[in-house]
Design a protein around this ligand. Structure first.
Ligand code: FAD
Ligand code: SIN
Length: 536
C-alpha cells in the first residue's frame, strides 16, 4: 500500500493531525492505522479536562506558564512552554468548532475546573468524561473527510528506514529516513508494507509497563520502542507520572481514575487514622503537584502498611458532585460506595509518560520524514513532571505544528511517491513458526510489570534499579529468542516493546544522579546543580 501521510494512532494527537492535513490537502491520501477499535485510546479515558487560559479576568498566560514550569521542576523547555500555552486557545477553538462540547454555566460561560499545581480554575471539561467527548467529536469529523482512510485492528510492527534497504544504521548515522511502516493486519493476519512520504507516530503512552495503571491495554509504548529500534532519540524516560488517586480495587488494572478535579472541588485525602495528611507535606495540601501528592500517599501507605488511603468527599454537595462527576458517582454506586457516607479507597497508579520520542518545536523527530506528537513524544513541555491536564493541550498544539511543518515539507520535496520505497522488501518471516505456548508471553509480561512496580516505582534506589536491569536483561534475551523463532503476534510485539520501554526507563533513571520531579532516588535525595535531560 502507498499513502501520502501515514498516521499511527487514533487518539487526540493522530486524529487532530490527520484532520488538519486532510482539510488542507484534499487531493492527498491520509491513512490512519490503529491497533484496536478507533476510540480505544488513552484519550477516551481522560477525565479532568484541558488546561487552557480562558478567563482573562482571573487568569493569564504568565500564570499558566509559571504553573507548568513549577510542576516541571526546572526541566521544562521554556520556549516550548510559552508556545504551547499561548497557542492553546486557538487549538481549543478548533476542537470546539469540530463539535466538542465543554460544560458551561447558566450564563453561558465555560465552567472551569481546578487540579493539582494550578494556581487558578482553568480546566475546560465535559463532566468527568472530557476525553470521550473530544474523541467522539474528532472521529465524527474524520468520517466526513473522504481522503482519510482509518484502518482499525492493524498493528504497526516497525518503521521502515534505510535499514530495510540493506544499510547498517547506527545512532550516529546522519539523515536516517523513514519510508513508512510494516503492519500486521489483525483481520487478514497478513504482514503488509505501507509506504508513506510522511509518517507520524501518535501511539500514546506506556502505562502497561507497570502492574497497576490508569492506562487501557493499548498503552504499551509501541511508538517509543519502534522509534528507538529505528535509532531515533528518546528523552526523559525516567519521568513516569503516577496519578495519586486511582480507585483501589485489589488486583484490578487498568484502574478506574478518580479525577484530580474531585480534589479541586474540595475532596480531601485521609490516612488510616482519618487525618488529612497532605498538610504535613506541602502548603498546597491536596492540590500540590502530582509528584508530591503521589509520594506523600506512598509514604502514608508504607508507614501504615496499607494498600490505599482514602478520598473523603462526604462533605461535598451531592448534587454538584453528581453533576460534575456522573461517571465517578456511577462507578462508586456500582461497587457499593455511597460518596456521602463512605470514603473512596485510592492509591497511586502509573498514569503518564512525560518523556518519549524527542522532537523539536515542529514535532520533528531525529529521523527525516518522521514526526511524533501526543503522549509518545517528548517535546520539552512537561520537564520532570507534567502539570495536570496539560497533555491534551500539548497533543493538539503539536499535532497542529507537525501538520504545518509536514505539509510544507511535502510540498517542497514534491514527494508524492516515497523516497526509496520501491526497493524496500517484504517483511522477512523466514525461520519462524506458530507459537507453541502463548502462556510464556503472559508470564513474562507479569514478571515485567511486577519488577517495574517493585523496583522502579515512585521511590527508587540504586540497588533497586540494578536489580531491575538484571531482570530486564533476562526477559530481553528470552523474548528476543522467542521473537526470532515465532510468527509475530500483537501480544509478543507488545511484550517486546514494553521490555524496551522498561529498559529505557531504568537506564535513564540510572543516569539521573539526583532527585527531580517524578524521579526520586533515596541515594541522591537532592537536586543537582546541573539541569539536563537524559537522551538515549
Ligand atoms: P492515545 O489517545 O493513547 O492514542 C494512541 C493510539 O495509538 C491508539 O489509537 C492506539 O491504538 C494506537 N497505537 C498504539 N500502538 C500502536 C501500534 N503498534 N499499531 C497501531 N496503533 C497503535 N490528560 C489531560 O490533559 N487531561 C485529562 O483529564 C487526562 N485524564 C486522563 C485520564 C486517564 C484515565 C488517562 C489514562 C489519561 C489521562 N490524560 C489526561 C492523559 C491523556 O489522556 C493522554 O496523554 C492523551 O490522551 C494521549 O493522546 P495520544 O493521542 O497521544 O494517545
Ligand atoms: C485527572 O483528571 O485527574 C487526570 C488529568 C490528567 O492526567 O491530566
Amino acid at each position: 500500500m502507498k499513502t501520502d501521510f501515514l498516521v499511527i494512532g487514533s487518539g487526540i494527537a493522530g486524529l487532530t493531525y490527520a484532520l488538519k492535513v486532510a482539510q488542507a490537502k484534499p487531493n492527498k491520501k491520509i491513512t490512519i492505522i490503529t491497533k484496536a477499535v478507533a476510540d480505544e485510546t488513552n484519550t477516551k479515558y481522560a477525565q479532568g479536562g484541558v488546561a487552557v487560559v480562558n478567563d482573562l479576568a482571573h487568569d493569564s498566560f504568565d500564570q499558566h506558564i509559571q504553573d507548568t514550569l513549577t510542576a516541571g521542576d526546572d526541566l521544562c523547555n521554556k520556549e516550548i512552554v510559552h508556545l504551547v500555552i499561548k497557542e492553546g486557545p486557538e487549538r481549543i477553538q478548533e476542537i470546539i468548532n469540530w463539535g466538542t462540547q465543554f460544560d458551561k454555566d447558566v450564563q453561558g460561560k465555560y465552567q472551569l475546573g481546578k487540579e493539582g499545581g494550578h494556581s487558578t480554575h482553568r480546566i475546560l471539561h465535559h463532566k468527568d468524561v472530557t476525553g470521550k467527548e473530544m474523541e467522539r467529536a474528532l472521529l465524527e469529523a474524520i468520517k466526513k473527510q473522504s481522503n482519510i482512510q482509518l484502518i482499525h485492528y492493524c498493528f504497526v510492527l516497525d518503521l521502515i528506514t534505510q535499514h530495510h534497504l540493506g544499510y547498517l544504521i547506527t545512532k550516529s548515522t546522519p539523515n536516517i529516513e523513514c519510508y513508512g511502516a510494516y503492519v500486521l493486519n489483525l483481520q487478514t493476519h497478513q504482514i503488509e508494507k505501507i509506504e508513506a512520504a510522511i509518517t507520524v507516530l501518535a501511539t500514546g503512552g506506556n502505562g502497561q509497563v507497570y502492574r497497576t495503571t490508569t492506562n487501557p491495554s493499548i498503552a504499551t509504548g509501541d511508538g517509543v520502542a519502534m522509534a528507538y529500534r529505528a535509532k531515533a532519540r528518546i528523552e526523559n524516560m525516567e519521568f513516569i507520572q503516577f496519578h495519586p488517586t486511582a480507585l483501589y480495587e485489589q488486583g484490578i488494572s487498568p484502574c478506574f481514575l478518580i479525577t484530580e478535579a474531585v480534589r479541586g472541588d474540595g475532596g480531601i485525602l485521609r490516612n488510616k487514622q482519618g487525618d488529612a495528611f497532605m498538610e504535613n507535606y506541602d502548603e498546597r495540601k491536596d492540590l500540590a503537584p502530582r509528584d508530591i501528592v503521589a509520594r506523600a500517599i506512598d509514604n502514608e501507605m508504607k508507614r501504615a502498611g496499607i494498600e490505599h488511603v482514602w478520598l473523603d468527599c462526604k462533605h461535598m454537595d451531592l448534587q454538584k458532585f453528581k453533576q460534575h462527576f456522573p461517571n465517578i458517582y456511577a462507578k462508586c454506586v456500582s461497587i457499593g460506595i455511597d460518596v456521602q457516607k463512605d470514603m473512596i479507597p485510592v492509591a497511586p497508579a502509573a498514569h503518564y509518560s512525560c518523556g518519549g520520542i524527542k522532537t523539536d518545536e515542529w514535532g520533528r523527530t531525529s529521523i527525516q520524514n518522521l514526526y511524533a506528537c501526543g503522549e509518545c513524544a517528548s517535546t520539552g513541555l512537561h520537564g520532570a513532571n507534567r502539570l495536570a491536564s496539560n497533555s491534551l493541550l500539548e497533543a493538539m498544539v503539536f499535532a497542529h505544528r507537525a501538520y504545518i511543518d509536514s505539509i510544507n515539507k511535502f510540498d517542497e520535496a514534491n514527494c508524492s511517491s516515497p523516497i526509496g520505497g520501491g526497493q524496500v522488501g517484504a517483511w522477512n518471516a523466514a525461520g519462524t513458526s506458530k507459537p507453541r505456548e502463548m502462556i510464556l508471553i503472559t508470564q513474562s509480561l507479569k514478571e515485567l510489570q511486577l519488577l517495574m512496580t517493585d523496583y522502579v516505582g515512585i521511590v527508587r534506589t540504586n540497588e533497586r534499579l540494578r536489580r531491575a536491569m538484571r531482570r530486564l536483561d533476562i526477559l530481553f534475551e528470552e523474548t528476543e529468542e522467542l521473537y526470532q523463532k515465532t510468527q509475530v503476534s500483537p501480544q509478543l510485539c507488545e511484550l517486546r516493546n514494553l521490555i524496551t520501554v522498561g529498559y529505557l526507563i531504568v537506564k535513564s533513571a540510572q543516569f539521573r544522579k539526583e532527585s527531580r520531579g517524578l524521579h526520586y532516588n533515596t541515594d541522591y535525595p537532592d537536586k543537582s546543580a546541573l539541569v539536563q535531560s537524559i537522551v538515549l
